[in-house]
Design a protein around this ligand. Structure first.
Ligand code: SIN
Length: 280
């Protein structure tokens, strides 16, 4: 197997390996797992595999989960269809970590390209350990111990009726997570806010608030500043898809953005999402 890093910060392409073999080979699996922790997103080309192979590979890392809004492939629970057609219904063109609106957000995902436009429809991944590391020291002090709420309503619920949205929220209530979480396997600190984050829950303290009026703008400016860090190109890798390309990512320490520049061309992807643990 050859390992070709794609940037100095994040991402490597692995050549000479079939992910179908990884599912059956413990040594190869251990190697891939170590490379994932190092490069955070791994890319594999020409993976002419079955859906069962895709699922079996992802299951090496943990149990899979469905999505409350996206459909799963009927015969393969946990394999989500991310199919785009002439209908302009893009949700993934924002920097995000998958499902941070869950109390235990997924630890990783395996995305396979079924079909894609010849040009366009790239995906960008971001190293959120680097994003944290390069924050100014005074910001690091300010956000240590802060927690933020994360919700599904204002993204996936936005085009629903009020009744549908209320049902979505009843089943997926707001959760709160540390703004700086720790990677359970490497101990690294990770900036953990994104577009699902709605507000801080413990910002309104005497240190942060002089008079009542400055609490809301102060908190939301800080939250927006933190969210904007994912857009810094030095923390990113951008991947050009072809049919049968696969990406495996660490959903704890990265964010990603599916570039929506190909409409109305179709793009069909399938994602196996791996259950994770409660952030700390
Ligand atoms: C996702 O946000 O998980 C999907 C990314 C993509 O379709 O490129």
């Amino acid at each position: 197997m050859q390992v070709n890093p794609l940037t100095c910060s994040i991402g490597a392409e692995l050549a000479g390996v079939s992910i179908a073999d990884v599912a059956r080979d413990d040594t190869l699996f251990a190697e891939i797992k170590a490379l994932l922790l190092k490069h955070r997103v791994l890319f594999f080309r020409d993976q002419d595999i079955s859906r069962a192979d895709h699922v079996a590979f992802a299951k090496r890392f943990g149990d899979l989960e469905d999505h409350p809004v996206a459909n799963s492939v009927p015969e393969h629970p946990g394999l989500i269809e991310i199919y785009k057609s002439e209908k302009r219904d893009h949700f993934e063109n924002t920097y995000h970590t998958d499902a941070s609106w869950r109390a235990c957000p997924p630890k990783g995902a395996v995305l396979r390209c079924i079909s894609c436009p010849d040009v366009g429809g790239d995906t960008i991944w971001v190293n959120m350990v680097e994003a944290y590391k390069h924050l100014p020291e005074d910001i690091k002090v300010k956000i240590a111990g802060l927690r933020a709420k994360h919700g599904i309503e204002h993204s996936f619920g936005a085009i629903m009726t009020t009744e549908e949205r209320e049902e979505l929220v009843r089943k997926n209530p707001l959760v709160d997570h540390p703004v700086v979480r720790t990677h359970p396997e490497t101990g690294e600190k990770i900036l953990y806010v994104g577009p699902f984050s709605t507000h801080f829950i413990n910002y309104h303290t005497p240190e942060n608030v002089r008079f009542g009026q400055d609490k809301t703008p102060g908190a939301s400016l800080l939250l927006n500043y933190l969210i904007s860090q994912a857009a810094i190109p030095e923390y990113q890798v951008r991947f050009r898809w072809k049919p049968n390309s696969v990406a495996l990512w660490d959903n704890v320490s990265t964010q990603h953005y599916a570039v929506s520049d190909y409409w109305p061309a179709p793009r069909r992807m399938e994602r196996a999402t791996i259950k994770g643990d409660r952030p700390f």
